[in-house]
Each structure stands twice: as C-alpha cells, then as structure tokens.
Design a protein around this ligand. Structure first.
Ligand code: NAD
Length: 494
C-alpha cells in the first residue's frame, strides 16, 4: 500500500482533508494505494504558490525555458521504463501501449523546445510616419490542466509543456484513479531545472475541480474527459471569466468501402477498437460496413479476435489489459448484455472467458447495430466494436455527421477521389484516410467537433500556443522633434 499526495512549490505536500480515494490495481482488482483529495484550502495553497512563482518565471528568458524543456525531454526519455511501469500498474494498459502513450506525450515536450521560435510575433515597420507596430504574445498567468484516467502521462504533456514554455505557471489535477505518474513527472521537471512553484499538482475530485473553476487567480483551464463533465467545466469556467478548452467523449466511426483492402481494414479495426481495451478517445468503436462487403469484413474481424492475448499489462505476452475499475467493467458489460434485446447480434461476447481476477473483459463484436440502440448511441469506452451495415458511402457519411460526437473518424478505400470528398464533407475534427487512429502529430493540434470539444482552440501544437498566450499589439514612435505638433484629430495613417 502506498500513498499519493499533492505536489506544491517543488515538493510533496500531504493532504490533511481527511478525504481519500482508493487506487486499484486493475489487473488484480485489489486496492494498492490511496490518494489524498484536496480541500479548498489545499487548492488555494497550490494557486498561491503558482501565483508567487509567476513573475520570475514569465521573466525567465526564452533560451532558459527551452533548455529546461530539452532537459525534460532527456529525462522523460531516460525514465521511459519507469513511467511505463507506473502507467501499467495503475491504468492497466500493456507495456508496449504505455511506451506508445509516452512517446506521443514526449512529442509535445519536443515541440515546446522550440518556444523561442513559437513565440515570435509580427512587426510592421513604418505603419505611419515614424510609427512601427508589432505584436507580442504574453502568458496568461496561472493555468490549470484537468486530465482523464486513460492517458495519465500523455494528456498532461499535451498541456503543461506548452503552458509552461509560454511563461505560465501550471496546476495539474490528474485523474484520481491513476495519480502516480504525474508525481514522477513533477520530480523530473524539478530535475530538469524548473523553478519550484511553476508546476504543481493537486490531487482530488469534484471539490478540487470546483475550487479551481471558481478561484479568481486562475486564468485558464484545459480539460480532457467525458462530455458531460467537459460541458460543465466549459460552462462554469467561462461563466467565471476564464479561458477554457474542454475536450469530451467520442464515438469514432470507420467507414469501409467495398474497394478497400479488407485484410488491412480488419487489422486496423482490431487494433483501433481493442487497443488499450478500447479506453481511448480515438478508439474506433463503430465500423460502417457497406452491405456488399459487410459479411466478409465481420468474418475477418471475428477471426482475428481469438488471437488477442488478454492479461496483466506487465506480462510481456499480453496485448490487451484490464479496464480501469470494476464499476466501469460492469458498465461496459451492460452494453453487451443489452445489445441482443435491442435487436443487434452479439457475434463475439467478451464477457465469456475473461480472466476472473481484476477488471477484465475480452474483445466483443456486435453486428447489426442501429441508431436508437444504446450500444450505438452511447460512448462505451471499452473493448466493444459495433458494426452498422450501410447501403452506400452517402448513408455512412450521413450517420457520421448525424452523430452527437465528432472527435475522430476514418475512411478505408483505394479511391482517392472518394477519400478527398470524405475529408471535405465530414463533420469531424480529426480524419484518417486508411489510418484508423489519426491523432495529429504535435505540430498540428488535437481536437474534435460537436460534443467532443467545448471551446474554440484545440489542444497542443499551434492552437496550444495560442490558448496559453494572449496577444498584445504595440504601436510605437520614437520622439522626433521635427514631427512633433499638437493635433486633436483622430490618429490616421495616410
Ligand atoms: P471524467 O470526465 O470522468 O474525468 C475527467 C476529469 O474530471 C478527472 O480529473 C476527474 O477527476 C474530473 N471529474 C470527474 N467528475 C467530475 C465532476 N462531477 N466535477 C468535476 N470534475 C470531475 O473522464 P474519465 O473517465 O477520467 O476519462 C474518460 C473520458 O475521457 C471518456 O469519455 C473519453 O472519451 C474522454 N477522453 C477524451 C479525450 C479527448 O481528447 N477528447 C481524450 C481522452 C479521454
């Protein structure tokens, strides 16, 4: 049994609130630790420290900020195995997947190494006689990241790397289900040379989040999690005058056209639906199979499922680990249990033969799903792939565009013209063409449309820099006695 607490002003601070949460080992179902939940005073302490660290940090020169990010890049890279082991221990994902998550997170630290270049503004010489105009990007102040359980290292890295490099100080509120990775990241940032107080962690639940949402010294909030909470964070944060980007849930469809390479599509489907036990916001959870190839595609997916090795994530032979909690496993199992009654056909039932210790389910495949069925309409967030049979490209496109979510989507086809039309027509933020999980690289930005994102700016990349800074435009004239005169007219440039 171990205990996890807050990280404030460069060191661990024990929670005195008396409220705690259990940290489970999802592979055994046993409690392995506890995490202290912040009360209002503890959140206020973190904010006060972040605020106190702000003046010195935003004055720190860009080369030094970049140097710290370079140091952090090396430290994360050299601690890969240790971080991946923590991810597996608390989240349950298999080691290869944990290393993949970390690699995608690290990209964002690498992007932030370019901060001197990223913060360059524009300059217009001689906008008027002797007048130059330029814009600069300045940090917002104390900013917050609230993160979900499913990417305990990558999603915080989406946020803090750019936020800190831009000159903000940062408070992370990690998921209470797997809080340890964030603490290791905090220690590495300290080793990288980050001054105390620039990066802080408050552990906890709604109490901590609500205080962060209302605290007058918080300038901005980045959130990633489920849609109902994302909507709540956006509405409450903006009402309190904060800049907010809140990424929500997903129901990602893959449209498979008759000319697609069906083996390639089936491999991609199995990887994208069942990887990380389906607990990815970019997982494919629905395949839209055009009628003429639907039987063949379903057969190909079905034939691959028995080969997936489900087991403890720390076992190198495992390909798919457990779900995060017993409660979540039961919720996912409920969708499988209800599917037949709604008129769908359960082709593979992942409740059968799953390891009995821990929060396991095996992969499930549900055919003949339809809008109006819970297994189609709701985000399941587990290893369940549903198949909807469609008559045409147009019908498939319509279903995607009618869906409440718009995070990711993919089309599998050999027809470049149709793929291009899909990219043009589809109301989804991230699109894959023969790529099942189109998570943008760190120099683009990540974000869905519709109920998958509340706010204007996407996460990380150029949007991340825009989110964590505000622009100031300076109009300047150096005193020139030759041009000085009294003039009460409105300033003109011509
Ligand atoms: P969640 O919404 O339950 O929790 C996310 C964060 O919000 C956690 O830090 C949690 O402590 C906090 N929280 C939970 N309930 C709250 C409440 N009532 N008030 C205030 N704060 C609260 O999400 P989760 O279960 O941790 O993560 C899974 C969800 O996240 C899925 O819906 C998934 O699609 C989504 N997700 C989205 C993206 C994306 O980029 N769009 C990425 C990863 C995960």
């Amino acid at each position: 049994m171990y205990r996890i607490d807050h990280w404030i002003d460069g060191h661990t601070v024990s929670s005195k609130s008396g409220r705690t949460g259990n940290i489970f080992d999802p592979a055994t179902g046993q409690v392995q630790g506890t995490v202290g939940f912040a009360d209002v005073d503890e959140v206020d302490q973190a904010v006060a420290n972040a605020k106190a660290a702000l003046p010195a940090w935003r004055s720190t020169n860009l080369s030094r900020r970049a140097e710290i990010m370079f140091n952090m890049r090396e430290l994360v890279s050299s601690h890969r195995s240790e971080i991946a082991a923590l991810l597996t221990q608390e989240h349950g994902k298999v080691t290869a997947d944990a290393l993949g998550e970390l690699a995608r997170g690290l990209e964002n630290i690498e992007y932030a190494c370019g901060i001197p270049n990223l913060l360059k503004g524009g300059y217009s010489e001689q906008a008027s006689a002797g007048v130059d105009v330029y814009n600069i990007r300045q940090p917002l102040g104390v900013v917050v990241g609230i993160t979900p359980f499913n990417f305990p290292s990558m999603v915080p890295m989406w946020m803090f790397a750019n936020a800190i490099a831009c000159g903000n100080t940062f408070i992370l509120k990690p998921s209470e289900k797997d809080p340890s990775t964030a603490m290791l990241i905090a220690e590495l940032l300290k080793q990288a040379g980050l001054p105390d107080g620039v990066f802080n962690i408050v552990q906890g639940d709604k109490v901590a989040v609500d205080r962060l949402l209302s605290h007058p010294d918080i300038a901005a909030i980045s959130f990633v999690g489920s849609t109902p909470i994302a909507r709540y964070i956006y509405e409450t944060g903006t009402k309190n005058g904060k800049r907010v980007q809140a990424l929500g849930g997903a129901k990602n469809h893959m449209l498979v056209l008759p000319d697609a390479d069906l083996d390639m599509a089936a491999d991609a489907l199995v990887s994208a639906a069942y990887g990380s036990a389906g607990e990815r916001c970019m997982a494919i959870s629905v395949v839209l199979a055009v009628d003429t190839i639907a039987d063949e595609l379903v057969a190909k997916v079905k034939s691959r499922i028995p080969n997936i090795v489900v087991g403890n994530g720390s076992d190198p032979s495992s390909e798919m680990g457990p779900l995060i909690t017993g409660e979540h496993r039961d919720k996912v199992a409920g969708y499988i249990a209800g599917a037949a009654g709604e008129g769908a056909k359960v082709v593979v039932d992942g409740r059968e033969g799953a390891p009995s210790d821990g929060f396991f389910l095996k992969p499930s495949l549900i055919d003949h799903a339809q809008p109006g069925m819970k297994c189609y309409d709701e985000e399941i967030f587990g290893p369940v792939l549903t198949v909807v049979r469609v008559k045409s490209y147009e019908q498939g496109l319509q279903l995607i565009n009618d869906n409440q979510f718009g995070n990711g989507t993919a089309i599998f086809t050999r027809d470049g013209g149709v793929a291009r039309q899909f990219q043009f027509d589809v109301n989804v933020g991230m699109v894959g063409i023969n790529v099942p999980i189109p998570v943008p690289v760190s120099y683009y930005s990540f974000g869905g449309w519709k109920a998958s994102l509340f706010g204007d700016l996407h996460m990380y990349g150029p949007d991340g820099i825009a989110f964590y800074t505000r622009s100031k435009v300076v109009t300047s004239r150096w005193p020139d006695p030759r041009t000085s005169k009294v003039d009460l007219g409105f300033p003109q440039n011509r």
